[in-house]
Design a protein around this ligand. Structure first.
Ligand code: DNO
Length: 345
């Protein structure tokens, strides 16, 4: 496995020189942030990103994310045009040495939490999700700014989009995902790039919008849509594992080789649809991180790993979930688990 760290570009308070000093770190996970969704990324921006990483002794082999335009998910008359653009981005990234592209297929909203500064007993704080709070929110009237809310929508734009989605069923979303994969996977194969879908977070429908990348059965169905190694998974333990209904160790053992990228983090279940994010070690949350790493190693996983959301500790402020300190602790913990499991194999 290759240990990586997410970096949000020049505006990220966490610098590349910080990331480089985390033991055993090999590379960054990043994206071109200077163009809107559905545009071609300039070769210059891609090269700049790669050069910056390399100047700091880091590789740039993983992109998170190349976002999928809503018209592709809706399967409307613009879908073909945006899929062509997506293919061009795969070609350009492949040419620059990118090996893995993470993306998601969640309508409108990305990952969602109801609390950004949930207080932990030790004085740190982190992200949390309380279903009742989310159910009481109306995305059209709420002034909240949460991760997953795309700030670029105007209220009118969002209303129109939600209205378009109101006609879309889960089965329609499956059809549109299949149509997307049938075009992009052959291009990915040609370019030596693996695509890795990120599960829905949380893995259930919200605000009446369908979500389909949610659990074992659906992941099985997903992998069969286009049965190619290039059509793989980002296995996010915190997303799939935020509900006791998903047996994530079993899922890792089932999907093994089709996992190209692993997001390893822990969560504590507070109810059937309530959870908060914790420090990475097993004893801090509900997930058994050792069993997770064992399952990855034993199923021949040979991809990229990154620590995921961290708490804010030691007075750090910054991008929610993406501070330096707790993620760096997570990274060394993960590296330790891999070392132990691999040596004891
Ligand atoms: C949250 C992330 C997600 C993820 C996208 C992938 O922290 O894991 O934002 O990057 O859903 O497209």
């Amino acid at each position: 496995m290759k240990l990586t760290f997410r970096w949000y570009g020049d505006s990220d308070p966490v610098t590349l020189s910080h990331i480089r000093q985390i033991p055993t770190m090999t590379g960054i996970v990043s994206a071109v942030y200077d163009t809107p969704v559905g545009t071609v990324w300039s070769e210059e921006s891609i090269t700049q990103l790669k050069n910056k990483a390399e100047a700091n002794g880091l590789e740039f082999e993983v992109v998170e994310s190349v976002p999928v335009h809503e018209d592709i998910k809706l399967g409307n008359e613009n879908a073909a045009k945006y899929i062509d653009i997506y293919c061009e981005n795969i070609r350009r990234l492949g040419k620059a040495g990118v090996k893995c592209i993470c993306y998601n297929f969640m309508p409108v909203f990305d990952w969602l939490r109801s609390e950004l500064e949930f207080k932990h007993e030790d004085g740190s704080n982190g992200l949390a999700y309380v279903d009742e709070t989310v159910l009481s929110l109306n995305p059209l009237t709420s002034e909240l700014s949460l991760p997953g809310w795309d700030e670029s929508y105007t209220k009118e734009g969002l209303r129109a989009l939600l209205n378009e989605y109101s006609k879309l069923t889960e089965e329609d979303l499956w059809d549109n995902l299949k149509a997307f994969l049938e075009k992009v996977i052959p291009v990915a194969e040609e370019c030596g790039v693996n695509l890795a879908i990120h599960p829905d977070d949380p893995p259930w429908g919200i605000f009446g919008l369908p979500r389909i990348i949610t659990g074992k059965e659906n992941l099985e169905r997903f992998l069969k849509l286009v049965d190619s190694p290039a059509n793989g998974l980002t296995f996010c333990t915190g997303s799939l594992g935020c509900t006791s209904k998903n047996d994530i160790v079993d899922m890792i053992r089932t999907f093994g080789k089709r996992i190209h990228f692993a997001h390893l983090r822990n969560v504590k279940w507070d109810g059937e649809r309530d959870f908060h994010e914790t420090a990475h070690p097993s004893s801090c949350g509900s997930l058994d991180m050792l069993e997770i790493v064992k399952a990855l190693v034993e199923s021949g996983f040979d991809g990229y790993v990154r620590p995921d959301h961290g708490r804010m500790i030691w007075g750090e402020t910054g991008r929610y979930g993406y501070g330096l300190y707790d993620r760096a602790l997570g990274a060394t913990y993960i590296a330790g688990l891999f070392e132990a499991v691999e040596k004891l194999k």
